[in-house]
Design a protein around this ligand. Sequence first.
Ligand code: ATP
Ligand code: ADX
Length: 206
Amino acid sequence: MAADAGLPLNENVVWHPHPVTRQDREALHKHQGAVLWFTGLSGSGKSTLAGALEQALHQRGVSTYLLDGDNVRHGLCRDLGFSDDDRRENIRRVGEVARLMVDAGLIVLTAFISPHRAERQLVRDMLPAGRFIEVFVDTPLAVCEARDPKGLYQKARAGELRNFTGIDAVYEAPQRPDLHLDGEQLVTNLTGRLLDLLDERVIIES
Ligand SMILES: Nc1ncnc2c1ncn2[C@@H]1O[C@H](COP(=O)(O)OP(=O)(O)OP(=O)(O)O)[C@@H](O)[C@H]1O
Ligand SMILES: Nc1ncnc2c1ncn2[C@@H]1O[C@H](COP(=O)(O)OS(=O)(=O)O)[C@@H](O)[C@H]1O
């Protein structure tokens, strides 16, 4: 049975096994299910890269879904803000959704700052071994701040936005990511590195 995210389970709720398995669904898709978990500062390039990779995979006939922080906060996580507790709950929910999607046999791309190591580890522990691929989009704070496409760093520096990651809220960089990307390189090069990794891990076959 899958990891429990530390939450208690009602003792009267019993897991019901079903005849069609993840392996059956993966055989239909002709690739494995996995999560590519992009983490990095706001403006580091997570959404851009995840979008470019999804496009490349889609063109190869791979079944994908992209979960993007800004978009998920329009619906599933609309009630959450940016306190440590809310970010934790944000990542827990997204982890559970990603887990279901991997069970459906999809390649899931997630673009969340996900600043805490413990939450990223929690999601890794929820998934079957080898199916959580942590991608660190490593872009210096100064570069993210210069990009500032939504003007949020400017607001944070002006004190109009509190708890902003990298300014007055923590970002814990991965210590041993599955892939460590220099976020200042060309998107096409970075997308190539990601496709190579999926090939190497036999998640997809070229
Ligand atoms: N490799 C790159 N080289 C140059 N510019 C990039 C690169 N990747 C992304 N950008 C640009 O940086 C800006 C931020 O990118 P993006 O929105 O993908 O970041 P993000 O990490 O998803 O941020 P957020 O967490 O705020 O959603 C955009 O203007 C994008 O065009
Ligand atoms: N205080 C804040 N810190 C970081 N991002 C913020 C903040 N307020 C608004 N945002 C916006 O919300 C997005 C981050 O959302 P998430 O990726 O969902 O964050 S996370 O920390 O909980 O993983 C950023 O892209 C940014 O546009």
